[in-house]
Design a protein around this ligand. Structure first.
Ligand code: AMP
Length: 299
């Protein structure tokens, strides 16, 4: 089963209260695909500049990620600079430079057009829509977005909602998209807009799923030592969709299980800078955290 992701393939500069790392590997497509390798065969569509390390793309391929949809063009790769404040609760975007994404015309390789699962990760809603339009008949499609696009291209983001099966956003984005005061209201509102499955990610407070008229909550795994929360949401989404693909269904039980696996995988993402550690995870380590979370909500 294949999961096609379109999203940013970035350099990130990250400042946390404890450390600063410059121009490291980031981007929503990288985090989502690195998380998904443990469940399905991921493929990425995106663009990098001539400054982007081939070594990273080779590391992805070595773990089974299809990068045939990643174009390399002359110019600067997507760049994002963010600063986390005390206890990681808030972050400020210092800079976003689209670079070569600005004039990127995505073309999904022929061999990837019949991918079963599709994730429209953070990138301009125009690019998300253009990729979606090239796909044959995906069984399950999901989208994410970011505050920048909600601010600058809100109508385009909203136009995509009824075109996908699932919307995954964080609590701030949910509030920005719907204007709702609580996550529960916001999820209902997004469902009214046409998404069949909606998920809100709330960081250390876990995530809530709304599907088929009922809610489900998955706790976050209690991480002792947060290093960098960047990409947690994308890793969550990659694992969530990967799990749906691996289970072969999106019924109520499948979705709940996928939410717990997503929570388990996202907890590894916050323990390190960059998506590299995600690539190296083992099934056993993921399973251990998944079981912990299951017990946490079982009585
Ligand atoms: P997350 O922490 O899950 O929100 O994802 C952060 C990742 O998304 C970083 O690695 C950034 O490179 C990337 N990113 C940040 N802002 C944007 C944006 N406006 N569009 C696309 N990707 C972005």
């Amino acid at each position: 089963v294949r999961l096609l992701t379109v999203g940013s393939i970035a350099f990130d500069t990250i400042e946390t209260p404890r450390a600063t790392r410059e121009r490291i590997i980031g981007g929503s497509a990288n985090f989502a695909s690195a998380a998904a390798v443990h469940f399905v065969a991921p493929a990425m569509v995106g663009v990098v500049g001539d400054d982007y390390p081939e070594e990273w793309l080779a590391a992805l391929r070595a773990r089974g990620v299809d990068t045939s949809g990643v174009r390399r063009e002359p110019g600067e790769s997507f760049f994002w600079h963010a600063r986390y404040h005390d206890n990681f609760a808030d972050r400020t975007t210092v800079t976003t430079r689209l670079g070569i994404f600005e004039r990127f015309d995505p073309r999904v390789p022929e061999a990837l057009r019949d991918a079963e699962l599709v994730f429209l990760a953070n990138i301009t809603p125009d690019l998300q829509a253009r990729v979606l339009g090239q796909l044959a008949r995906p069984a399950f499609t999901a989208m994410d977005t970011m505050n920048l696009w909600i601010r600058t291209a809100r109508e385009k983001v909203l136009a995509l909602v009824p075109a996908v099966d699932c919307v995954l956003v964080n609590d701030e984005e949910l509030a920005g998209l719907t204007g709702a005061a609580s996550p529960f209201e916001g999820l209902r509102e997004l469902a009214r807009m046409g998404a069949r499955v909606v998920v809100v990610k709330m960081g250390p407070r876990g995530s809530v799923l709304f599907a088929g008229g009922s809610f489900f909550w998955a706790p976050a795994f209690p991480v002792a030592d947060v290093v960098d929360p960047t990409g947690a949401g994308d890793s969550f989404a990659g694992a969530f969709l990967g799990c749906i693909g691996a289970m072969g269904g999106a019924g109520p039980r499948d979705l709940k299980r996928a939410l717990l696996y997503a929570s388990a995988v996202a907890s590894f993402a916050v323990e390190a800078f960059e998506p590299r550690a995600l690539l190296g995870l083992t099934r056993d380590r993921i399973q251990e955290r998944y079981m912990f979370l299951r017990h946490l909500i079982n009585y």
